[in-house]
Design a binder for this molecule. Structure first.
Ligand code: CP
Length: 304
């Protein structure tokens, strides 16, 4: 039985296969409409979510399966003190596969160690968000035509941003990817990720101004400064508007630079950038359904 806890749990070849299935799903949705008939996905969300939970649920429904679960810890027995380990042991007899989001780093890994069904990490604290990374990679592959041979800027909260950590880990396995990390000093990439970049001999630089680098980028991955990860409201208020991508800044970018964002967006991308054809974050959210459908099929070992 396989789980998806880290973006590195699948080989590059397995990811290529997953993206091929996601493309086929997009082109031939009817072929997949009943392949998970009688199967159930449990969504165990101890933290708020719109895209991840609902795209997982849409994915399972598109495959002809059913969904059950909870969308906040307070409506589950976690509110009475039940552990994640006990919860997943019980859910193992209610569902065929589970997606779990939890504010604590490592919660999905703990769940997978006690589970009798495949477990998908749908985000664990400030650590990893592998299915967002699958979405990001599919978006880049579909819209740039390749994974590698580009310069990507990651901008915003690079310290607590689990989507950023997972994406860096994943991109380190592809050739000729150059990284530009754009953040205030307080929200820079954690040391353990810097060590991974150094071990991989990756080319990267850390800067504090978006304007200085935007012209060099093929991809710009914007992220939100996350209020929920701060211990101190004053620090959040001071840092929350560190970077705002505006139409003016987009004029400094290459004609084919793509703007990605895992969403939700707060203030870091002006709404009038949304009409720019290079802004692909809503398309990215749509690709998330196809790749989660492909992932469910892989983990449930459903042959189509
Ligand atoms: N990208 C993402 O994880 O969004 P949600 O928090 O809405 O699931």
């Amino acid at each position: 039985m396989r789980h998806l806890i880290s973006p590195l749990d699948f080989t590059v070849e397995e990811l290529d296969d997953l993206f091929k299935v996601a493309k086929d799903i997009e082109n031939n949705p009817k072929k997949y409409a009943k392949v998970c008939d009688g199967m159930k996905l449990a969504t165990l969300f101890y933290e708020p979510s719109t895209r991840t939970r609902l795209s997982f649920e849409a994915a399972m429904m598109n495959l002809g399966g059913n969904v059950l679960g909870f969308s906040e810890a307070t409506s589950s027995s976690a509110a009475k003190g039940e552990s994640v380990s006990d919860t997943i042991r019980v859910i193992s007899s209610y569902a065929d596969i589970a997606a779990i989001r939890h504010p604590k780093e490592g919660a999905a890994l703990v769940a997978s160690s006690k589970s009798e069904i495949p477990v998908i990490n749908a985000g664990d604290g400030g650590h990893q968000h592998p299915t967002q990374t699958l979405t990001d990679l599919l978006t880049i592959k579909n819209l740039k035509g390749k994974l590698g041979g580009f310069t990507i800027g990651l901008c915003g909260d690079l310290k607590f941003g689990r989507t950023v950590h997972s994406l860096i880990n994943a991109l380190l396995r592809y050739d000729d990817v150059k990284f530009v990390f754009i953040s205030p000093k307080e929200l820079c990439v954690p040391d353990y990720i810097i060590k991974e970049l150094d071990n991989a001999n990756a080319e990267y630089k850390e800067v504090t101004k978006l304007e200085e680098s935007i012209g060099d980028l093929d991809l710009l991955y914007m992220t939100r400064v996350q209020r929920e990860r701060f211990f101190n409201e004053e620090d959040y208020i001071r840092l929350k508007d560190s970077f705002v991508l505006t139409k003016d800044k987009m004029q400094m970018a290459k004609d084919d630079m793509l703007v990605l964002h895992p969403l939700p967006r707060v203030n870091e991308i002006s709404v009038n950038v949304d009409d720019d054809p290079r802004a692909v974050y809503f398309k990215q959210a749509k690709y998330g359904v196809y790749v989660r459908m492909a992932l469910i099929l892989k983990l449930l070992e459903v042959e189509v």
